[in-house]
Structure formats: C-alpha cells, structure tokens
Design a protein around this ligand. Structure first.
Ligand code: 9MR
Length: 370
C-alpha cells in the first residue's frame, strides 16, 4: 500500500519538470500529506492535520548526532532537536580525546551538558564511543608502558566513562571501526598494545561498570562491501557465542542516494540475523558522492534521496520489534553535516535543509513506517 503511494508520488514527480524548485517540491509533499492526514471531527468538519514530528510519528527511537556548541548557541537547532528526536548521540563530546585530554584529566562538561539536556527533554542518550582508533589524545598515542600499563589505561578509561553516566546513558558504542575494509582487524594502537582480544575485554569492562547498559559494536561498510559485512557479522557472532556481553550491532550507514536497495537490504537483514539489537547509528545519504564541486540540489536528487531514505526506514521497520534499537542520523541538517567539511564538497545528506526546513526525505521517513 505504502509502496504504491511512493510509486504514485514518484510518477507525479517525474511528470514535473526536473528543474522544479526544491521549495515547490516540499510544498507539494506537505499539501498531499496534510490532505491524507485530515480527519473528520465529531461535528463533521475536517480538522487541521496534526503537526507531525519524528518524535511523534516514528514507532522506534529516532535520533541524531548532535553538536554541543550548536545546542547551546543556536536556538533554531536546539528547538528542532527538542521537537524532533527521541534519542541523542554526541557527535564528538564523548570521544576519548574530548573526555580524557590528559592522563589524569577528564573533561566532562560537554558530555554532562548533553546528558542533562536529554534528561530535561526526556530523550535517550546513546554513548559514542569508548574505544576507537581515531580522536585519541596525544598522551595516549605517546603513552609508554608495558602491556599491564596499557591494559590499565584502557580499562580505566572505559570504566570511568561508563560509570560516570551509569543509568543515564542507556547504550554505548563500545568499540568502533575495529575492522579494515578487507575484513582484517584494523592495525590500531589498541590491537598493537593489547592484542586481538581487546575487543572482548572492552565489552567486559563496560559491562562491569554498568551491567544495565546495552553494548554495541559499531562499524561502517555493511552496505557497500560484502567482505566487510561478513567480517563484521563474524566478529559480532564470535563475541556473542563466546558469552561476551554484546547486545547490539551498529550500522553507521553513511550511504549515498544511488546505493542499491539490494545492498541496503543485505546490510540490515544480515545484521538482524545475529539476533542482536540493530542500530542504524550514523545515517546520512549523500547526493554528491562523486565530489562534483558545482553540483546543485535538484528536485530529482531530492526525490531520489527521499526514495532511499524510505527504503532504509521501511526495511529497518520490518525487523522484529525487540531488535529495533533505532535509527540515528549523523547530524541534524545540511548546515551541520560533517560531509561538506570532510570531503570539501557541497552535499545535502540530511532530512533538514540549511535553514532547518524539512526536505522531501523527511516525509518519506514518516511514510515508511505507516
Ligand atoms: O562527525 C565527526 C567529526 O566532526 C569528527 O571530526 C570526526 C573525528 O572525530 O568524527 C566524525 O564522526 C565520525 C564518527 O565518530 C564515527 N563514524 C564516522 C563519523 C564521520 O566521520
């Protein structure tokens, strides 16, 4: 039924001129959506459509990675975060370098701010990330010590962070990106200093610090590399079968508008076959993956992006209820996406535009769960 709706929408779109302004497209989507949503009141008059939000409409946690400076300083951003999302991830504020800049110094201020903001506004916090090869402070990169000293450093960090937020951060990306694209273990400082079982031990240490926290292995590439996907699933199943306290698998899913539905489906369904909770943890859909410096965001691209969001959300929503941990987009709007800075190109990967207005994919996400 929904697929038909989407098909109809697509057909209408293709009858429009491709050059149609994006604002006109959004207007069209909003109008058709309000029509569909209007319902009769008891008196028989039609009521205005209820204002929808991700928070009200999504049947599972729908979140975003947030930037603490924007949350503090930009009212539009803050209001939008309050209104739309039920789950928050710190884009950077809970990374090793941010929290633990010197061996005996922890800097909790931004992470505390986020956790308090979430509590004040009744939102879940997902912790990102305890052990990663990036965003490490120089004191760790330069650390001199034997394997016992390294183990202490590793354990202390994990347990200091997890216990600080025990009961307030419900879940953690315990280990992030431990695999290379070819499926081998990444030659990170953790592997070098601690050996391959560091992954299992990270989960054990986190579990000791908060036995109720849900613990995730988070990585990217499930949708574009069957080799990487198999390696991730293998790693996760190995941990699970060894009795390691792992509860979920995070699919970052930094993807692109022209990724195939077959690949996206394989990523989501293979992850669910582990039996663990599934978190699409860093979703964004690039429309300029080829780095065209003069690309503009056309109505066609907007619709193709919406179709891809629709497919991902619909596929995720079909998973068993107890495995749907949630979907988190990486950033909030096209104004604050990491992609433009990182790849030095224009791009429009998120459900909100640079002015925090909803794009076509916003409605597609909501339609995908109807
Ligand atoms: O979006 C994040 C960016 O602001 C940081 O500079 C970068 C390095 O810490 O990390 C980015 O977030 C990454 C996330 O933590 C892990 N998966 C890939 C994300 C995008 O690079």
């Amino acid at each position: 039924m929904r697929a038909l709706n989407r098909f109809n929408r697509k057909a209408v779109f293709h009858s429009l001129k491709v050059s149609l302004a994006a604002t006109a497209v959004s207007l069209f989507l909003c109008t058709s959506c309000s029509k569909a949503k209007n319902s009769k009141s008891i008196s028989g008059d039609s009521e205005p459509a209820k204002v929808e939000s991700f928070q009200k409409n999504m049947p599972f946690a729908f979140g975003a990675a947030v930037n603490i400076n924007l949350l503090k300083s930009n009212t539009s951003y803050r209001e939008l975060v309050i209104k739309e999302y039920s789950s928050l991830t710190a884009e950077n504020a809970m990374k090793f370098g941010a929290l633990h800049p010197a061996e005996k110094t922890y800097n909790w201020s931004d992470a505390d701010y986020l956790v308090q903001f979430a509590s004040d506004n009744n939102k879940r916090v997902h912790g990102h990330t305890l052990i990663w090869y990036k965003s490490l402070p120089t004191w760790v990169m330069d650390f001199q010590g034997d394997s016992e000293a390294w183990e202490q450093l590793f354990k202390n960090h994990i347990q200091a962070v997890v216990s600080r937020f025990r009961g307030r951060v419900v879940s953690w990306d315990v280990v992030n990106e431990a695999l290379e694209d070819n499926g081998t273990l990444r030659n990170s400082i953790w592997l070098q200093k601690l050996g391959p079982n560091y992954i299992a031990r990270a989960f054990q240490y986190a579990h000791e610090a908060d036995p109720n926290a849900l613990l995730f292995y988070n990585d990217y590439g499930h949708e574009y590399s069957s080799v990487k996907r198999a390696a991730i699933i293998n790693l996760v199943n190995g941990l699970k079968n060894a009795g390691v306290p792992i509860h979920g698998i995070g699919l970052q899913m930094h993807t692109r508008y022209n990724q195939t539905d077959a690949n996206l489906n394989a990523a989501i369904t293979d992850a669910s076959q582990t039996g663990l909770k599934v978190h699409i943890s860093e979703l964004d859909i690039a429309v300029n993956p080829d780095n065209n410096p003069s690309l503009t965001f056309s109505a066609l691209l907007e619709e193709q992006q919406a179709e891809k969001y629709f497919f991902i959300v619909k596929t995720f929503n079909a998973l068993p209820a107890n495995q749907k941990f949630g979907i988190t987009t990486w950033n909030v709007s096209d104004a604050d996406t990491w992609i433009t800075g990182h790849y030095k190109r224009p791009d429009w990967p998120l459900p909100f535009d640079k002015n925090y207005k909803r794009k076509a994919c916003y409605q597609a996400i909501i339609d995908a769960v109807k």
